[in-house]
Design a protein around this ligand. Structure first.
Ligand SMILES: [Zn+2]
Ligand SMILES: [Zn+2]
Length: 309
């Protein structure tokens, strides 16, 4: 066993995290505790920028919809709903888990680096498809949209606290995906917890409303990753960009809308998309107008003998 441990790059990190905290890390309450704490820590810097950094031009020049101001009542509303969901739904379900679920076994050996990387990457791809398809259904089925998803779309320009400004059932659907997808690979709990935390970072980044030059979507090749501009566009045009992270399924199913970048800049691709949609609307209007015209003529002709009589 010892020679194998020497090759585990993640072993020192796992040892630091695990040593002396086995009971805490192995408790079924730990994933919820770490997710909630991490979420609050992740949104706070962006809340400060939104509320107190309105004159910080070096930061504000990266805002995607610069004309949309974030105010304290908006932030207060999203915080209230987030706390309510966590106290009323997430806490009781995790306490129930704590009572009935046995402690999670903690392998003292860290996962191999390659296994850690591929399992997290595969979990992202599966979560992206899982939530992307549920999200599309929420938008296509009217009563599901009104009942479950409309709350998340109260803001056409998102800000960090909007990330979990969700109906509790949607929050549970998201939590189910992040908790159980790594189980498909029988992942090490270090891999599972890392995936959960990375997912929170990526979800918050999608909602910050800023297109920072260091953000991940600038680094991914072939425009396969959307990031904050893509999800900002989903809040701006809610019938587009259902996939939360990547662009593949949206492009394949024709729901992809090119995003606006920092300062509300519209790319040539987005202008072409809007012009195409405009001409489609005009064509539809012309068709409806023509059908109504012919119908009117027909009815008029049918009524002519009645009028003559
Ligand atoms: Zn959103
Ligand atoms: Zn949506």
């Amino acid at each position: 066993m010892e020679p194998e441990r020497e090759f585990r790059v993640l072993q020192p990190i796992w040892d630091i995290i695990r040593d002396g905290r086995e009971d805490f890390l192995g408790s079924p309450l730990f994933p919820v505790f770490i997710s909630v704490t991490f979420y609050f820590v992740a949104v706070l810097p962006f809340m400060i920028i939104d509320l107190y950094g309105k004159e910080w031009h070096r930061v504000q020049k990266y805002k995607i919809q610069p004309n949309k101001e974030v105010t304290w009542p908006m932030v207060r509303q999203t915080i209230w709903v987030t706390f309510w969901n966590h106290v009323m739904y997430i806490l009781p379900s995790s306490v129930a888990q704590w009572i009935w679920q046995p402690p999670i076994p903690l392998d003292p050996i860290a996962p191999p680096l390659w296994e850690y990387v591929w399992q997290i990457s595969a979990s992202f791809v599966i979560f992206d498809t899982y939530y992307g398809s549920i999200h599309a259904v929420f938008h296509k089925v009217r009563f599901l949209y009104r009942w479950l998803h409309a709350i998340h779309h109260e803001y056409h320009s998102p800000f960090s606290w909007v990330t979990q400004y969700l109906h509790p059932w949607e929050l549970i659907i998201v939590g189910f995906g992040t908790t159980f997808i790594p189980w498909l690979f029988n992942a090490h709990c270090f891999t599972t917890y890392s995936f959960m935390l990375l997912n929170i970072i990526i979800a918050v980044e999608s909602h910050i409303g800023f297109d920072f030059p260091w953000a991940a979507h600038h680094w991914f090749p072939f425009g396969i990753y959307g990031g904050a501009p893509k999800h900002d566009m989903h809040h701006y045009k809610p019938l587009t960009n259902f996939q939360p992270y990547f662009n593949t399924w949206d492009k394949l199913f024709g729901t992809y809308c090119p995003p606006m970048s920092a300062g509300g800049h519209k790319s040539a691709e987005l202008l072409a998309f809007e012009s195409k949609k405009r001409s489609e609307r005009q064509k539809n209007f012309k068709n409806v107008f023509t059908v109504c015209g012919w119908l009117n003529l027909y009815v008029w002709k049918k009524l002519a003998p009645v009028r003559a009589a």
